[in-house]
Design a protein around this ligand. Structure first.
Ligand code: PLP
Length: 379
């Protein structure tokens, strides 16, 4: 499959987990071993929760969880959401699955062609008496239209949850993105910039919700009683130890990714048919989670799949991401809202999107070479 003389001799992958210093981790773990407290809101959990609440989330009530998928489910349960939930098809399967695992019905809404997030102009016509919430995603760290979503939610008395898996540290107008909605769920999976190997956090608008969530994530146990049908969604002390080291480590990775992003933008701007990530000037701090472009085949002259194949032949493993749409998974096809004619923009974008390698292990020259492969296809 490779070209005779591939531009890269070794595979370039889309991401690479940030590894914390093993010696420093050993010191953290010695603390855990000495305490003999491995999970159930131990010292490391308490410290990490307090620090990210203060340092990242403007002191909004924060609850650590075992991963973001269970976090989404927990947020739905904490908010007592019922019936139908309006959501986006252009996301990772976890978003839609969380709705289904809660026994609710996902209702797909089309996306905005610039932001790739849920199209706020198409939400209202999907609302019916069974609708109780909106579950939106800040795709690739571009914020949703949070003000308009809030207006709609108020008008129809709906709850709002944001899948913020791509939005750790994202700020708009100097406010944490977690300021918006009833709950925001962040992923600390190894593929995310800030991670705890597996893990996540839910940030709530109200402290009473965090308190409820903390009971639900520990089997529903409150004191000596079991007061709700809970689950086990606790982050353990090993995960939290990695997280505490990552708080410092992430800064270096962020600096590297900033330079990589700038290089991509410099190299790929003003090329007809290449659509760069939407530039929202309300963003005052970026999440730097992904870098995805779109190939408009009519203008560029080559399809996304052609570009992807050419990159692969040169050892660059860019990805179709997200692909396929959640509305194309066979077990969601029964939904009326999953029909292609209801989701024209999402169906167009899913054929154009391509997530490029984006991690701190790449050099500026690597990025220039990747861009040159793409540019060489434009005749
Ligand atoms: C990574 C991701 C998730 C899942 O997070 P986990 O912590 O792996 O459960 C959910 N939604 C989106 C958009 C993601 O990118």
């Amino acid at each position: 499959m490779q070209e005779k003389n591939p531009v890269f001799k070794k595979p370039i992958l889309i991401t690479k987990p940030v590894l914390v210093d093993l010696e420093k981790l050993k010191i953290q773990l010695e603390g855990v071993w000495n305490s003999g407290w491995l999970t159930n809101n131990g010292y490391k959990h308490q410290e990490l929760e307090a620090r990210i609440q203060k340092e990242i989330f403007n002191n909004l009530p924060t609850s650590l969880v075992v991963n973001a998928t269970i976090g989404l489910l927990l947020a739905i349960k904490t908010l007592k959401i019922k019936g139908e939930v309006i959501t986006t098809p252009f996301t990772f399967p976890a978003t839609t699955h969380a709705i289904s695992w809660a026994g609710l019905k996902p209702v797909f809404c089309d996306i905005n062609k610039k932001t790739l997030n849920i199209d706020v102009n198409k939400i209202e016509k999907l609302i019916n008496p069974k609708t109780s919430a909106i579950l939106a995603v800040h795709v690739f760290g571009i914020p949703c239209n949070v003000k308009e979503i809030e207006r709609i939610a108020k008008k129809y008395k709906l709850k709002v949850i944001y899948d913020s898996a791509h939005a750790f540290e994202l700020e708009i107008n100097n406010k944490s993105i977690a300021t918006f909605g009833d709950a925001s769920v962040f992923s600390f999976h190894a593929t995310k910039l800030f991670h705890t190997v597996e893990g996540g956090a839910i940030v709530f608008r109200k402290n009473s919700l965090k308190k409820k969530c903390d009971i639900l994530k520990n089997f529903g146990i409150s004191g000596a009683d079991v007061i709700a049908c809970g689950i086990n969604a606790k982050m353990n002390e090993l995960q939290a130890s990695v997280g505490l080291l990552m708080l410092k480590e992430k800064e270096k990775e962020r600096l590297r990714r900033k330079i990589i992003k700038e290089t991509y933008i410099n190299e790929l701007s003003n090329i007809p048919g290449i659509i760069l990530p939407f530039n929202n000037n309300e963003i005052t701090k970026e999440s730097l989670q992904y870098f995805a472009i779109r190939i408009d085949a009519n203008i560029f002259g080559k399809t996304r799949d052609f570009v992807l194949k050419k990159l692969q032949k040169n050892n660059v493993f860019a990805r179709k991401y997200f692909y396929p749409l959640c509305s194309h998974h066979q077990f969601y096809m029964y939904l009326d809202s999953a029909k292609n004619q209801n989701l024209p923009i999402a169906n167009k974008v899913v054929k154009e999107i391509i997530a490029l390698p984006f991690h701190g292990g790449l050099t500026i020259q690597n990025i220039k070479n990747i861009c040159n492969i793409i540019k060489s296809l434009k005749k």
